[in-house]
Write a protein that binds this ligand. Sequence first.
Ligand SMILES: [Zn+2]
Length: 323
Amino acid sequence: MNVESFGDIIKITLPTPFPVGDVNVFLIKGDRLTLVDAGVKTAASFEAFTSGLSEIGYTVDDIEQAVLTHHHPDHIGLLDFLPEGIDIIGHPYCKKWLAKDEEFLKENFLFFRELFLQAGLPPEAETMLGKIQSPLKFSSENSALTTAVQEGDRLPGLEEWRVFETPGHAQSHLAFFRERDGALIAGDHILATISSNPLLEPPLNRGEERPKPQLQYNESLRKMMNVPVDTVYTGHGKEVRNIVPLITRRLERQHERAMSVKEMLKEKPHTAFEVCMRLFPAVYKKETGLTMSETIGQLDYLLHIGEAGVERDDKGVLFYFPL
Ligand SMILES: [Zn+2]
């Protein structure tokens, strides 16, 4: 059984090939039958999706629109199987990730190459760089964002639901809140048992400054503390209630992690890559994108709160030191 009902919110749990495990998608019957998020594009995921739908008397063809919490492959893959021509609603940043034209993918690659160069990755790390785009094979291949929404908007066809921009885990990240019962569909912004990773991504427009996902994430968490949330419907795992203590804990832990990075810097100035190898000796090669995101996140945070400074050497590599 992969279907659970919470009043008019129906949760369907789908398998993914990623370490995170299953992903949750939601069906909401508003003016239009709406799917929030769309799993990965694999046979097993599609099969679980159609059998979940049939348990509650629907087929894929009944879905009238899709709403995306963010553009990651485990949240958009099944869009390709939805009825042609339906509205796909999300943050403007999703547009490029759905279109995935070659120029954009190249831009993405170059963004990481430049960033990793500054971070002090050795030249042989180019192979690690190559892997960064490999999860895309589980993503949607032929769907397009039709409707962009932003902070404060009401979701078309689901007028009770208000949009909150919650960047950090993804630049496109949105959460949807319904005042009537305090329901929050939060994607990967708030998860029950793990703190979600703020991920490095290129800016929305080329040439803009690099987003600082850890700082954005903390800001987006704090924002949710002021919203009267009763139940959070998460992208992975169980529902979450009572979010204020959870958010407080997550923010405190992140501060502690950053301060332990500062301790390393006291030994000698470090590049981001050197910090990364020390924080994640077993996985940095296999999960370079994730571990470098986590590392640079802590360093961005230390710079932001004035606990570290940074200097560039003549090759453009950044060295961080304590303040
Ligand atoms: Zn995600």
